[in-house]
Design a protein around this ligand. Structure first.
Ligand code: FE2
Ligand code: ZN
Length: 382
């Protein structure tokens, strides 16, 4: 089927460029051009590897069955034709690959709308617990806010312990760690962490001691009758971006210097050595690993400790700067859900005369983000 492809002419009007497209076959690959503009540069190995034909795919699952090692690295097309937005390639063994140019151009679209970082004027969005669990539009809206802001609050949650288990239908399975599946955070609990005291907690993400740190955290306040103990969140990606601009040498050090983290009790031991800032291959920040309480003594004989500490001092100053804080009181029956590779949580000290009981569970950011795809698909088919 032919595809119409739109482009803008020099007056800014949309025109169909399908008929203007031309194909040029070279030694390494082919180029698709409209007049003088190259719109696609496609290496032969890419083309052969991505053949969409039923012989190269498992029809039922759309998975690739063709494997690249079955052709030589210097494979060249025998013939190449372009007609009506369809690219047809015949290979030396007479295998034929047909591509819709539109499908190739669509690959540059993001799977999810991207995140938008924030500072202190930000306030998280609130969503109703029951609607989140029962209404698809609310669930889509909540997850879209979670991806954009890295945080949402779910209100009118049950005050029953272990209610976080019920969120698995929307957030995917609970991510377990060596400690309890659902953690109790109150002063009379098993103390393996400063969170189990009434002391203030600086912004942090949990289990920095895991190489694969939990990427989403739900903090469910069951009862909050304590005086003080306000909740604080900080967008660590915003802070990392500010450091990248203001002090690029500090940013690079925080990406490169590995730090030990440990969380343990009498029967568990978790430990890893990882940098504070992690980026993806495009340089986008994907994790800020920050836990003052779990960070261990760095071997001072390692090269670069002094340089690291200057960069880390700058990061600590920004993370504890109140102008980066979003502060609110988490009431009984509210769940704070954070993308914990990005949004750090903290709390002010409280007076434990009134009861304060929080339960924590971890989820996987990828499961939550990808739930949007199925929710949207289900909504369209209803
Ligand atoms: Fe925590
Ligand atoms: Zn094929």
């Amino acid at each position: 089927m032919s595809q119409n492809l739109k482009t803008l002419d020099n007056q800014g009007s949309e025109v169909d460029c399908t008929s203007l497209m031309q194909v040029h076959a070279g030694l390494d690959g082919i180029q698709i051009k409209t007049l003088e503009t190259i719109i696609l540069d496609l290496p032969y190995l890419w083309l052969r590897d991505n053949c969409p034909c039923p012989d190269c795919r498992v029809s039922a699952t759309q998975e690739k069955s063709f494997i690249l090692s079955s052709v030589p690295a210097d494979i060249i097309a025998k013939t190449v034709e372009l007609f009506g937005g369809e690219l047809k390639i015949v290979w030396p063994d007479e295998h034929c690959s047909n591509f819709a140019i539109k499908d190739i151009l669509d690959l540059s679209h993001e799977r999810h709308n991207s995140s938008q970082t924030w500072r202190e004027e930000f306030q998280p969005s609130y969503f109703d617990w029951s609607l989140f669990l029962t209404d698809q539009s609310t669930a889509i809206n909540l997850i879209e806010h979670f991806i954009k802001d890295g945080v949402v609050i779910i209100d009118n949650a049950p005050n029953e312990p272990l209610s976080l288990e019920l969120l698995a239908t929307r957030l995917g399975p609970v991510r377990e760690v060596l400690f309890d599946r659902i953690h109790n955070v109150c002063v009379d609990t098993h103390v393996y962490n400063v969170a189990h005291t009434p002391m203030a907690l600086p912004p942090h993400n949990d289990f920095a001691s895991y190489t694969h740190q939990p990427s989403a955290q739900a903090l469910h306040m069951l009862v909050n009758e304590a005086e003080g103990g306000a909740s604080i969140i900080v967008d660590a990606w915003q802070i990392a971006e500010e450091i990248r601009v203001d002090r690029p040498e500090f940013f690079n050090t925080l990406c490169q210097f590995a730090v030990p983290f440990r969380e343990f009790d009498e029967s568990n031991e978790t430990y890893c050595v990882q940098p504070v800032i992690t980026c993806d291959t495009k340089g986008k920040v994907t994790n800020v690993r920050f836990s003052n309480q779990l960070m261990q003594m760095i071997d001072p004989t390692i090269a670069g400790v002094a340089k690291f500490y200057l960069a880390y001092h700058d990061l600590c100053c920004r993370i504890t700067d109140r102008k980066n804080y979003c502060t609110f009181r988490l009431e009984g029956g509210q769940v704070l859900l954070v993308a914990s590779n990005r949004v750090l949580h903290a709390r002010e000290a409280f007076n434990p005369t009134g009861k304060r009981h929080l339960q924590d569970a971890y989820f996987d950011y990828d499961n939550i983000a990808n739930m949007l795809v199925t929710l949207k698909r289900n909504k369209e088919s209803n």
